[in-house]
Design a protein around this ligand. Structure first.
Ligand code: AMP
Length: 194
């Protein structure tokens, strides 16, 4: 059973690392950003509700986000553990995740904080915007996403620090190097890969 959170500013490489780590630890990677993006692409009711919010670099309302995560975590594959990428992002979401885990009599093992310098991640996101044509990645939107992260999500680090759950990992460098740093940091916490 491995229950992990991956936290970090936009562009720190959470999505890339989440996919690799999920494989390594044999748990599903659950990315709220991916869930929202696929709903937007498929023009579902949820997608229509969140499209403009995402394009502005704002956060989807907590009630909507929490409902989606509660539903996803109740599915069978998440019973063996999970790696949450991009959730929780607000204090309200922390509270909801606490509630879900308490209901299941489980708890988080580790919160991985992927650290990266703002200028570096802005440059990364602009490059990705050019390559992938992501509508949520214009420079103005990227700056806004950074501000929203600083205001709403960075306070979560304190909350989890007080619970002694946070491991800090340098997110800069080659993908494999960053993965190795995370795996080492988790091993130091007694979490062995599958
Ligand atoms: P991401 O790919 O994780 O950066 O997410 C892309 C976008 O989806 C974000 O900029 C938000 O608009 C929305 N989103 C993803 N996760 C959350 C969350 N936990 N709470 C609110 N909005 C979210």
């Amino acid at each position: 059973m491995t229950r992990l959170l991956l936290v970090g500013p936009p562009g720190a490489g959470k999505g890339t690392q989440a996919a690799i780590l999920a494989e390594t630890f044999g748990v599903p990677a659950i990315s709220t950003g991916d869930i929202f993006r696929s709903n937007v692409a498929n023009e579902t009711l949820l997608g229509l509700q969140v499209k403009a919010i995402m394009e502005a670099g704002e956060y989807v309302p907590d009630a909507l986000t929490n409902e989606i995560v509660a539903d996803r975590l109740s599915q069978a594959d998440a019973r063996v553990g999970f790696l949450l990428d991009g959730y929780p992002r607000t204090i309200d979401q922390v509270n909801e995740l606490d509630r879900i885990l308490a209901t299941d009599n489980t708890a988080l093992d580790v919160v991985v904080l992927l650290e990266a310098d703002t200028d570096v991640v802005v440059a990364r996101l602009l490059k990705r915007a050019n390559e992938q044509g992501r509508a949520d990645d214009t420079e103005e939107v990227i700056r806004n996403r950074m501000d929203v992260y600083a205001e709403q999500t960075s306070p979560l680090i304190d909350v989890y620090d007080k619970r002694h759950l946070v491991v800090r990992v340098d997110g800069l460098g080659a993908v494999a190097d960053v993965t190795a740093r995370i795996v080492d940091a988790l091993a130091a916490r007694g979490l062995a890969s599958a």
